[in-house]
Design a protein around this ligand. Structure first.
Ligand code: ZN
Length: 138
């Protein structure tokens, strides 16, 4: 059980949370890369549609980001996006648009005063929560 946990360095966690906050009231999104279950880098992307319910990033930007991840010899671990005003639960739209079941879906909710991060594994159009820990020493 524990060995399936994602390990997120506190510095990366802060980048994701700040990115989401700075884009309110719109959704923010990005990629998270690293090795195995160890997160190492956060790639902030620009949500090309200003929406509080949707995010979109063009293929070219994704391709360029994937190249940079490859150069660092890392792999994409997760895709994150924020929910500015709703719970951190995948919407049916999120599920349908999740590009790859190998990737973790991270959602950061700003519904309450204390932002909340949740991670999910998506499989066959359903999802399970995936546990993570925030590592203060990296
Ligand atoms: Zn969503």
């Amino acid at each position: 059980m524990t060995k399936d946990k994602l390990i997120i360095p506190e510095s990366c966690y802060k980048v994701i949370m700040e990115h989401g906050r700075s884009n309110l009231p719109y959704e923010s999104c990005g990629l998270v890369s690293g090795k195995g279950r160890h997160v190492q880098t956060v790639w902030k992307l620009v949500n090309e549609i200003k929406s509080d319910r949707r995010y979109f990033v063009g293929e070219k930007v994704i391709e360029r980001t994937l190249e940079q991840i490859d150069k660092k010899k890392e792999k994409v671990i997760a895709i994150y996006h924020s929910h500015p005003a709703t719970e951190p639960i995948p919407s049916s739209y999120d599920i349908v648009n999740h590009p790859n079941d190998e990737l973790v879906m991270m959602i950061i909710s700003y519904k309450s005063d204390k932002p909340q991060l949740k991670c999910y594994r998506v499989h066959n159009k359903t999802y399970n929560e995936c546990l993570f820990l925030i590592d203060p020493n990296s």
